[in-house]
Design a protein around this ligand. Structure first.
Ligand SMILES: Nc1ncnc2c1ncn2[C@@H]1O[C@H](COP(=O)(O)OP(=O)(O)OP(=O)(O)O)[C@@H](O)[C@H]1O
Ligand SMILES: *[C@@H]1O[C@H](CO)[C@@H](O)[C@H](O)[C@H]1NC(C)=O
Ligand SMILES: *[C@@H]1O[C@H](CO)[C@@H](O)[C@H](O)[C@H]1NC(C)=O
Ligand SMILES: *[C@@H]1O[C@H](CO)[C@@H](O)[C@H](O)[C@H]1NC(C)=O
Ligand SMILES: *[C@@H]1O[C@H](CO)[C@@H](O)[C@H](O)[C@H]1NC(C)=O
Ligand SMILES: *[C@@H]1O[C@H](CO)[C@@H](O)[C@H](O)[C@H]1NC(C)=O
Ligand SMILES: *[C@@H]1O[C@H](CO)[C@@H](O)[C@H](O)[C@H]1NC(C)=O
Ligand SMILES: [Mg+2]
Length: 681
């Protein structure tokens, strides 16, 4: 019985042992892997993963390893460790596959990458983010005790880890210096095969396969776009006996870390199998990579920001243009020397406003020097006439402005008051009192439906102008030569007082002593004959013009007019002719209809002839003229000789002849140049 019992005992024990072994084995299997070392996640909704750091599963089912916050790490592990060992010292074959996506806020920069790993534990609290990818730290990088096998998807090049570039896939053992690495891409299958580059940070999901063949210790890593089936040729193939690396039971999972760039790392799906190919991930079931978020936001920025910034730039540009234009519109020329004339200077803005921007409606007339505008000064509401004189150089302007300003001090009731000036580039504006009744020529020659002036008015005008000219020549602190006495420069104020205007203006164009550039400034018909030779304006050239002017006022004819046969007649010649024929009274303006003081008319006509005498020395000065007009002194008898008559005709035509023909006398005003004009051509 003892032998049989012993045998039974042994059998029983062995059965129990066997059973025990089996139970232990089953238990062992249960502890190591409740799923037989095989799983597949086509999206992570409801998945039981071990997560740390920034890792989360999004409501959409994405495994978000990093969320864009800088310098952080995140880990995700399959919750249970897997049995890699085959019961001995040898690691079994295994296969993993996953789909990932990297979203960077920048189109060409991202940090740092994703690592698929097999490790003995899940406590990576000591690992560093950034280039350490949450895998190791400075001290333990590469330590054989780490027992980590990893595949890195690295998007930033680190010299310290001998990275090949910023877009590579590498096989890592215990650290970040890759056993083997390759530029991200794949070898296309078939005839047209060849290497195709891929960008890890293209915002496109890609699939990775990691295969380990324990038999020949070969590790293959393969990458491909989602649309491409697993390529036959792996991206990287390395021979390495992982039995010395992977522990008997180990966790599989992912690690990721951010550095200085706003990047997000996602895993969309994942499958794993021991001793066989990884189960297929159902691509159709995979969650979508977020399109809002960095990419969407960048899209918003890509569209809205450029439009907004373009609008802002445009608005600012318009603003700048408006400001510049406004600035330009009102820019003035102001030089140091003008400071002393300050009070006489008007801001251009005021003049611009006064004339409503120099509108044509405000135009009073156009003369030889420029346009004259009517304006109402802002603030003071004073009516002014603004003459815009253009000049091509600043040469002489200084002298002129100095003179104009000094002329502004001229005070005489028969002078148009000069209120001030303003200067811009190439342009001078003179501000005068506004004369509401306009210029005398319009009355004399019946323009603008102006009424005919009575003799008394005419005689008063002559005396007014004579007194203003006397003031200019003799009564003011220095001699002022008007240079352009004529009917259109005599203006009538609201009480019909005659006022001489435009004094000194001719100076602007008169460059005095330089014979090469000598201009004769004035108006044809009013120019003294000697000006044709000397070009030098004197008080007596003003007297000559005054003589012509008073003949014009008395006869109501222009200094040069066309007779009934159409031929040109000099008014002076014509009056002189009548004087010779003792019919001087016949020259008085027909429009007066014989309603005039004959004595005064004869006096004025004779005075006119005397003043317009071709011989300078025969002309009276203005003091004498004034005395004659006041009838204080008798007019000397003219000596009518044929010679003087001929001389007159001769001299009148000398030098100006070509002008008289080329400029019709109807032209109100011209600034004549004799020698210089032909030279200027
Ligand atoms: N202060 C003023 N008040 C009112 N109207 C004026 C004034 N100054 C000029 N005008 C008008 O503007 C017109 C043009 O004047 P402007 O002085 O430019 O020409 P002009 O006298 O014909 O020739 P010149 O250029 O030789 O003086 C004048 O004919 C006159 O009708
Ligand atoms: C997840 O896995 C852990 C570890 O295996 C386990 O303790 C836990 O109960 C699991 N949770 C769920 C919801 O399955
Ligand atoms: C990312 O995760 C970290 C830690 O979990 C958290 O502090 C941070 O606010 C998260 N950032 C974003 C943008 O969600
Ligand atoms: C993880 O490891 C660190 C030391 O590296 C330790 O301090 C910590 O307690 C560990 N955490 C867990 C959950 O074991
Ligand atoms: C792939 O990219 C690498 C590095 O950027 C480059 O050297 C190589 O020429 C590229 N190959 C192809 C086929 O585009
Ligand atoms: C690795 O790739 C090679 C082809 O390059 C292939 O022959 C081998 O079977 C592959 N091994 C694994 C484990 O997939
Ligand atoms: C791999 O290494 C283990 C021991 O570390 C050894 O038993 C095994 O034979 C090796 N495999 C190959 C293919 O050399
Ligand atoms: Mg004038």
């Amino acid at each position: 019985m003892t032998k049989q019992a012993t045998m039974l005992h042994i059998k029983l024990i062995s059965i129990i042992c066997f059973l025990l072994l089996g139970v232990v084995g089953a238990l062992d299997e249960l502890v190591a892997s409740d799923d037989g070392g095989q799983f597949v996640y086509s999206g992570f909704s409801g998945a039981n993963l071990t997560l740390d750091g920034t890792a989360t599963v999004t409501p959409g089912g994405l495994l978000e390893l990093t969320n864009g916050t800088l310098q952080l790490k995140g880990h995700a592990f399959h919750p249970t460790p897997l049995r890699f060992g085959n019961g001995g010292a040898v690691v079994r074959s295994f296969s993993a596959s996953f789909v990932f996506g990297i979203l960077s806020a920048y189109p060409d920069m991202s940090a740092h990458g994703i690592v698929f790993l097999v490790s003995p534990g899940t406590n990576f609290s000591a690992a560093l983010a950034s280039q350490y990818l949450g895998l190791v730290n400075v001290r333990n990088n590469g330590d054989a005790s780490n027992r980590i096998f990893a595949v890195e998807l690295d998007t930033l090049q680190q010299e310290e880890f001998r990275d090949i570039n910023d877009n590579h896939v590498g096989i890592d053992i215990n650290g970040l210096v890759s056993l083997r690495s390759s530029n991200a891409g794949y070898y296309a299958d078939g005839e047209g095969g060849g290497f195709r580059n891929l960008s890890l940070i293209s915002h496109e999901a890609m699939q990775v396969w990691v295969d380990y063949d324990a038999g020949n210790t070969q590790i293959n890593v393969t990458l491909a776009p989602l649309s491409v089936a697993k390529p036959v040729k792996p991206l990287i193939s390395a021979v390495y006996n992982l039995s010395s690396v992977i522990t008997d039971t180990a966790y599989v999972g992912f690690s990721s870390a951010t550095g200085s760039f706003n990047s997000r790392h996602y895993v969309l799906g994942w499958s794993f199998a021991m001793n066989g190919p990884a189960p297929a991930i159902d691509i159709a079931k995979l969650p979508k990579l977020p399109h809002e978020g960095p990419k969407a936001r960048s899209k918003v920025l890509e569209i809205v920001l450029p439009i907004a910034s373009a609008a802002v730039v445009l608005a600012m540009g318009i603003l700048v243009i408006l400001l510049v234009r406004r600035q330009k519109r009102y820019t003035e020329l102001r030089e140091d020397w003008e400071v002393e004339f300050g009070p006489h200077r008007f801001p251009y803005k005021d003049l611009h406003h006064a004339t409503q921007g120099f509108k044509n409606q405000c135009l009073l007339g156009v003369g030889g020097f420029g346009r004259v505008y009517k304006g109402v000064l802002p603030n003071s509401n004073v009516e002014v006439a603004i003459k815009r004189v253009s000049h091509d150089s600043s040469q002489g302007v200084k002298e002129f402005v100095a003179e104009v300003v000094s002329l502004g001090r001229l005070q005489h009731c028969n002078l148009v008051r000069l209120l001030g000036y303003c200067r811009r580039k190439g342009e001078l504006m003179l501000v005068y009192d506004y004369m509401s009744n306009g210029s005398l020529d319009k009355y004399l020659h019946g323009q603008d439906n102006k009424p005919t002036l009575s003799w008394a008015q005419r005689f008063q005008i002559i005396r007014d102008i004579a007194s203003s000219l006397l003031y200019l020549h003799e009564e003011w602190e220095k001699v002022v030569i008007h240079r352009d006495i004529k009917a259109s420069n005599v203006l009538l104020d609201k009480e019909m007082n005659a006022r001489l205007g435009d004094f000194g203006l001719a100076r602007l164009y008169d460059h005095g002593d330089d014979p090469q550039s000598t201009h004769v400034v004035g108006t044809i018909g009013y120019l003294a004959p000697e000006l044709g030779r000397t070009s030098k304006a004197t008080p007596l050239t003003d007297v000559f013009a005054f003589g012509t002017f008073i003949l014009e006022v008395t006869c109501g004819r222009r200094p040069i007019y066309h007779d009934s046969h159409g031929s040109q007649v000099m008014l002076v010649d014509w009056v002189l002719d009548h004087w010779h024929r003792q019919s001087l009274v016949d020259t008085v303006d027909m429009k007066l209809q014989d309603d005039f003081d004959v004595g005064e008319a004869i006096l004025v006509l004779k005075l006119g002839l005397l003043c317009s005498h071709p011989f300078i020395n025969s002309r009276p000065d203005m003091r004498q003229v004034m005395q004659y007009l006041k009838k204080e002194v008798h007019l000397p008898e003219l000596m009518p000789t044929n010679m003087s008559f001929h001389m007159l005709a001769l001299l009148q035509n000398d030098g100006f002849d070509s002008y008289v023909r080329s400029y019709p006398s109807s032209r109100g005003s011209i600034s004549t140049t004799t020698s210089s004009l032909s030279r200027r051509g």
